[in-house]
Design a protein around this ligand. Sequence first.
Ligand code: GRF
Length: 213
Amino acid sequence: MTDSLLSIAVLISGSGSNLQALIDASDRDELGCAISVVISDRPDVFGLERAAQAGISTEVVDWSDHDSRASFTSSVCDVAERYDVRGLVLAGFMRILSPGAMVRFPNAIINVHPALLPAFPGARAVDLALEYGATLTGVTVHFVDEEVDHGPIIAQESLPVYVGDDAVSLHARIQKVEHRLLPEVVAAFGRGDLTVEGRRVRWRQDSTEETDS
Ligand code: GRF
């Protein structure tokens, strides 16, 4: 079964709760992809323990061992290619990959972002939504392109910002959505259901709906 699944690498920088959601979906045979390797940009993060616990190979490509973003990116891609993966899933990966990664994995790098892009890009998305006074925020899962938090949007889901929210309470509710949405998108990617047309991402069921109507 696993042999026929599309092979992916999951890139992390921290606690790896999104990685855990991917592992759990895989355990339920709902991921449609096999996680061949988990790559972290730093050692000693809890996500690496989660991967090891699940019997998944782990690799550290230490950001501090590299003198440029391009050389870091190239090392990450080299490791991923060694595992023969067909896609990269950035699950709480806090580094920006240089364009070389998109050349080596075209339309095959997926990122999860804790806001409704194009609102609140960058590493402070949850804080920025609160500071701005937004009453709605959400989760975006998108393909990665050469600009930060910018590539074609695959899925988005909104959620309300409550008056009493702080960054912790809001991020906790956002993560609940992430943990459901990211595995759903990765499963669609694994099935080959996603097609990129310019900035639009079509899900295979989209064309069925058009034919039916
Ligand atoms: C997630 O909220 C993700 O959207 C953001 O960083 C967080 C990582 O969480 N980029 P985790 O490491 O998956 O727990």
